[in-house]
Design a protein around this ligand. Structure first.
Ligand code: ATP
Ligand code: MG
Length: 291
């Protein structure tokens, strides 16, 4: 077995590490780095995105690629278009009366505005959690998670039970609610409600999770829990987080986009953005000189 592993290590070059032991040298596999910035496959490509509310233009020619299984933070002062941009990614912008949109948004190589595309199916793949947690307050914790599954036609009680547990576990809420699944979703704390909303999004065929200031209504402990959860979810999902908290953007994301007045000013690896931004406006914003 030894030589095979050695040979594989030669071939792969990465992901293997030499370990010296007393009597022999062997190579062991280490976890490969999760898609480092610059190497991830584009999951969403926005090209020339413009958006309006009535006569007011909220986005001007925004183009960027969101990379798979990375966390992308979107920062910028209030009113610069962060929410509008992510609401275009799951076709929610068009639900606002008198809104307009132009440009292209491509999800896994397919335009989400294509004639055969069902916006509801897009929203299942690209789910959203909001600043204020939005569980169905009178539905039970169980039903909050099961609702999307039932809409998808899942009826079997045992399969539903399993799927609900799996989603609650993924959202790091299971241990706290396993004995009170029939309690109303609205009776949970704010931080628990936010994780319940994440569990609800995860229960369907989610691929991309849009988070619009998911921690701004939460206490520091709940915030830490959500940030830890984001780290875990990144193994399997693509995450976009809008935040006003620069430390949070730096902590959770691999890439950061800075917006101003509806325009994308700079988009780069997070460590670069926060240590050596190209644009003076980015620097002024992240150092707190405006916004
Ligand atoms: N439903 C709406 N109707 C009309 N104008 C809107 C609507 N929603 C947003 N806008 C306008 O579009 C622009 C962008 O708003 P958006 O909500 O995307 O900003 P934001 O960056 O998310 O701000 P914040 O940090 O305050 O959440 C703003 O000028 C805002 O007033
Ligand atoms: Mg917003």
């Amino acid at each position: 077995m030894g030589p095979v592993i050695d040979e594989l290590a030669e071939k792969k070059g990465k992901g293997m590490e030499k370990v010296e032991t007393k009597d022999k040298t062997r190579k062991i596999e280490v976890a490969p780095r999760m898609v480092p910035p610059g190497e991830g496959r584009p999951k969403i490509k926005a090209q020339g995105v413009c958006a309006w509310f009535g006569a007011k233009q909220a986005l001007h020619d925004v183009s960027l690629a969101i990379h798979e299984k990375e966390v992308t933070a979107i920062i910028g002062p209030s009113g610069c278009g962060k929410s509008t941009l992510i609401r275009c990614f799951n076709r929610m912008h068009e639900t606002v009366p008198a809104s307009r949109f132009s440009g292209d948004i491509v999800l896994d190589g397919e335009n989400i505005f294509g004639p055969k595309i069902d916006p509801v199916a897009v929203r299942r793949r690209v789910g959203m959690v909001f600043q204020k947690p939005t569980p169905f307050p009178t539905l039970s914790i169980y039903d909050n998670v099961a609702v999307g599954l039932r809409l998808n036609g899942m009826r079997d009680k045992k399969r539903l039970d399993q799927a609900v547990e799996k989603s609650l576990r993924k959202a790091a809420l299971w241990e706290e609610v396993r004995d009170s699944l029939l309690k109303a979703g609205g009776a949970l704390s704010g931080g628990q409600q936010q994780r319940l909303c994440i569990a609800r999004a995860l229960a369907v065929d989610l691929e991309v999770l849009l988070m619009d200031e998911p921690c701004s209504a939460l206490d520091p402990i709940s915030t830490t829990k959500i940030e830890e959860l984001i780290h875990e979810l990144r193994q399997n999902y693509t995450i976009i987080i809008v935040t006003h908290n620069m430390q949070q953007a730096a902590r959770v994301s691999q890439r950061t986009a800075f917006m101003l007045n509806g325009k994308l000013i700079e988009y780069d690896a997070t460590d670069k953005m926060f240590t050596n931004p190209e644009n003076k406006l980015t620097e002024d914003y992240i150092t707190g000189r405006f916004g």
